[in-house]
Design a protein around this ligand. Structure first.
Ligand code: AMP
Ligand code: TRP
Length: 348
């Protein structure tokens, strides 16, 4: 087995408001990994346009995700923050992967089925090919670890399949050109913590999502103190008091979700939270959760606003990040051209 230098890569789409699910399931994990690994964090604008985006809103959303990354604590001086469309290697590698991945593999992707809905014929080709671009994002950096929420598990499995098939199909060339046994790593997903799947506040069977019609279903990172408190107060629950152990949350999706959110925000386990709140009614737990959420999110909210007031600075962060990203990705994609057999003039 070829040994690969460890590197973390992840991406967030600039579509609508970032919410508590993105924050707890992904962004807080991105922050935590910075001490251990070199990290590359990407605002995936090319993924965003797989469904219609109003151009001016897209521009604002790209800056807004960039601001959220920095406000949450990702350090652009130590790691790479950039937007996908500025680094052309993503599109190039995605095309090669479109020719490696099989129709049957993509046909099994549940996110496409959910997003395309009933009118599959009218979905963009990009929405169908979305996971091959995601594989290209990751493998253009030969990333070994990818922190994501639970909903991305299947896409990461596909990324692993693409890496393995590429390594296998081109094994002879890879060895001949001196790349060892494998060109791409088989990336490990990092799906960890008490909030890998934060659910809607209105319906414990649906995940919290940017596209839910009801704003009461989610807590946005831009919500103010009163809005956060109101949304938690109105969150759907059952009439029972909280159990004293996590086991007692089985079959109580809404209660489990709120306890999971509390656990993630306070960096404790569900059991530790229930040791404190076991036996309490929601009338006691909800105000405590609201207070904790406001305490954790308010500083970030303020910092995001401050950063968004200076779009020129955010654009400069992205431009520098794109240069740094391209420096890593360019030789990887040059290698792919040689392996595939393209005649290339090395101008990337
Ligand atoms: P997206 O907004 O779809 O680009 O998602 C960005 C990141 O947030 C991905 O790693 C997702 O897995 C994660 N994520 C999105 N929604 C949730 C949720 N409800 N709970 C936990 N993680 C989520
Ligand atoms: N598909 C991911 C999502 O919707 C975003 C994404 C794009 C991503 N490229 C990635 C996540 C690469 C991790 C690694 O959440």
């Amino acid at each position: 087995m070829t040994a690969f230098e460890p590197r973390v890569f992840s991406g967030v789409q600039p579509t609508g408001n970032l919410h508590l699910g993105n924050y707890l399931g992904a962004i807080t994990r991105f922050v935590a990994l910075q001490d251990e690994y070199p990290c590359v964090y990407c605002v995936v604008d090319m993924h965003a346009i797989t469904v219609w985006q109003e151009p001016t809103e897209l521009t604002n959303a790209i800056r807004s995700v960039t601001a959220a990354f920095i406000a949450a604590g990702i350090d652009p001086d130590k790691h790479v923050i950039f937007n996908q469309s500025q680094v052309h290697q993503h599109a190039e590698l995605a095309w090669v992967f479109n020719c490696v991945a099989r129709m049957g593999w993509l046909n099994r992707m549940t996110q496409f089925k959910e997003k395309a809905g009933k009118d599959k014929e009218n979905a963009s080709v990009g929405l169908f090919a979305y996971p091959t671009l995601m594989a290209a994002d990751i493998l253009a950096y030969k990333a070994t670890h990818v922190p994501v929420g639970e909903d991305q598990k299947q896409h990461l499995e596909l990324t692993r399949n693409i890496a393995q098939k590429f390594n296998h199909d081109f094994a002879g060339r890879i060895a001949e050109l001196g790349h060892g046994e494998e060109y791409f790593p088989v990336t490990e997903p990092i799906i960890q913590g008490p909030a890998t799947r934060v659910m809607s506040l209105r319906d414990g069977s649906k995940k919290m999502s940017k596209s839910d019609a009801s704003d009461y279903s989610r807590i946005n990172l831009t919500d103010d103190r009163d809005t956060i408190a109101t949304k938690i107060r109105k969150a759907k629950t059952d009439p029972e008091p909280l159990p004293s152990e996590a086991k007692g949350l089985e079959g109580r999706a809404e209660a489990d979700n709120l306890v999971g959110i509390y656990a993630a925000l306070s960096e404790k386990s569900r059991d530790a939270v229930l040791a404190e709140f076991g036996g309490a009614p929601f009338a006691t737990f909800k105000p405590a959760l609201a207070e904790l959420a406001v305490e954790k999110l308010a500083p970030m909210n303020g910092e995001m606003r401050r950063l968004l007031a200076d779009p020129g600075h955010l654009d400069a962060v992205l431009a520098r990040g794109a240069d740094q990203a391209a420096e890593i990705a360019a030789p990887v994609i040059d290698g792919v051209r040689d392996i595939v057999g393209f005649v290339s003039s090395r101008r990337s």
